[in-house]
Design a protein around this ligand. Structure first.
Ligand code: PLI
Length: 435
């Protein structure tokens, strides 16, 4: 069968498939969304001056208007911004608490000499717990870290909206406010991974008292007001295929990041993007805060998730903002974590139907830099990620039916062994063979 052959040739890693061999591509919502007619029109207004492009000023204005930060440094995508913020703020030996790790974020923190410390609430590590804000930070864990290492060794709290590795789970307004107060009491800053903040804002509107009548734009701006700055992969919530930015209210961080961007990304008025990219991004920000759009986007994710729940298929609940996460430990309980159940499940879904998904478990977690051992995250997940404004409900039906077909023959599944492992972010390029 052609798909079984393609999967074997790709080393059972969905990142190594050719997109031409994919039927419905739910690998990621990063850079895969459809730009609007207005954004495409914006591409025609590119001012490709090396310095001081008018599109840069449009971008700064959009970020100031909707996120409320003072200064902006453009970057080519999110990890470019993570590099700058990590290098600008972290000293060797520092600790960076955050609400669950993200792959590229943690790696940049480690490369700068820091150690990431997970201070998310315990409920986030349990795929069946129905806590409405599983992205919340546990204030006791944060306090305990401050007491243990001292505030002078914590450059910032690394807060993510719609926590990716927890299953797209939101953080509440009450929690970010409390985190900001606690951190600032000790002179520690709070920086936000704003990658999926629009979806987070919708959950606040739906679930948190006092926000039902506030717009997504109002909620976003209030949330950002409890942080000192943010980094952004604009390829998600900002509805562009490429782009990113760093924004801050701190003069010292701005000065360092603006100086470093010219070494690693490009001049401080384009940072790796062309003028037309920045125009499409500025327009994308204005579209991304529209309540109807965010409701439809998260509604589509929920539609898929509810189908799977109805059929008794184990997923992370509550259903998150950008993706459905299959719980591979409950899906394939007979495959031990060192035989990569989530990697196996993503490969099996592709072989069944040509639907591409991604592993978010032991492969993504990588190795402990100190001991070299595999990290064993409690959550061993397959992410079925929905790009924005691309697929229809009928596509979701096909995806659900394929997951059901794999579920029905789950007992015959066999795990994988890793035969090639790159040093950094191994999930992108690792290769496997069927056991
Ligand atoms: O892929 P980048 O470099 O534009 O952004 C990195 C990045 C930072 N933070 C978060 C929460 C992300 O989800 C993220 C990238 N995520 C990818 C590629 C994904 O598939 O989820």
């Amino acid at each position: 069968m052609a798909r079984a052959r393609a999967m074997a040739e790709a080393g059972y890693n969905t990142f190594l498939l050719r997109s031409e061999d994919v039927y419905i591509d739910l690998l990621t919502d990063s850079g895969t969304s459809a730009m609007s007619d207005r954004q495409w029109a914006g591409l025609m207004l590119g001012d490709e001056a090396y310095a001081g492009s008018r599109n840069f000023y449009h971008l700064v204005e959009a970020i100031q208007t909707y996120y409320g930060y003072k200064h902006v440094v453009p970057t080519h995508q999110g990890r470019g911004a993570e590099h700058l913020i990590s290098q600008a703020m972290i000293k060797p030996g520092d600790f960076i608490p955050g609400n669950m790790y993200f792959t590229t974020t943690r790696l940049h923190q480690e490369l700068a000499g820091g150690t990431f410390v997970d201070v998310i609430i315990d409920e986030a590590h349990d795929s069946t717990n129905l806590h409405p804000f599983k992205g919340d930070i546990d204030l006791d864990k944060l306090q305990a870290l401050i007491d243990k290492v001292g505030p002078e060794h914590i450059p910032y709290v690394s807060v993510a909206g719609t926590v990716n590795m927890a299953g797209g789970q939101p953080i509440s307004m009450g929690n970010i406010k409390a985190v900001y107060e606690l951190a600032h009491r000790y002179g520690i800053r709070v920086y936000l991974d704003a990658t999926r903040m629009m979806e987070n804002a919708l959950f606040i509107q739906e679930r948190e008292e006092g926000y039902a009548d506030k717009s997504i734009a109002e909620i976003l701006k209030e949330f950002c007001s409890y942080t000192d700055g943010a980094w952004m992969s604009a390829k998600k919530d900002n509805l562009v295929n490429i782009g990113g930015w760093l924004a801050t209210n701190d003069e010292d961080v701005f000065e360092k990041a603006r100086n470093m961007v010219v070494i690693y990304e490009g001049l401080h008025t384009y940072g790796g993007m062309s003028g037309r990219d920045m125009e499409a991004l500025a327009i994308g920000i204005t579209e991304a805060v529209q309540d109807d759009y965010v409701r439809a986007r998260v509604g589509q994710v929920r539609y898929l998730g509810e189908l799977l729940v109805d059929w008794g298929i184990p997923i992370v609940q509550p259903i998150g903002g950008h993706a459905i996460f299959l719980d591979a430990k409950r899906f394939y309980p007979h495959i031990p974590q060192d035989e990569f159940p989530a990697q196996t499940l993503a490969a099996d879904i592709y072989i069944d139907s040509g639907v591409r998904t991604m592993e978010r478990g032991v492969v993504s977690a990588g190795r402990d830099p100190e001991t070299g051992a595999h990290r064993h995250p409690k959550l061993e997940l397959v992410r079925i990620t929905i790009p924005r404004r691309v697929y229809t409900q009928a596509h979701m039906d096909v995806v659900a039916e394929s997951v059901k077909a794999v579920w029905d023959k789950r007992e015959s599944a066999r795990g994988l062994k890793m035969v090639y492992e790159p040093k950094y972010l191994r999930f992108f390029q690792a290769r496997f063979e069927r056991l």
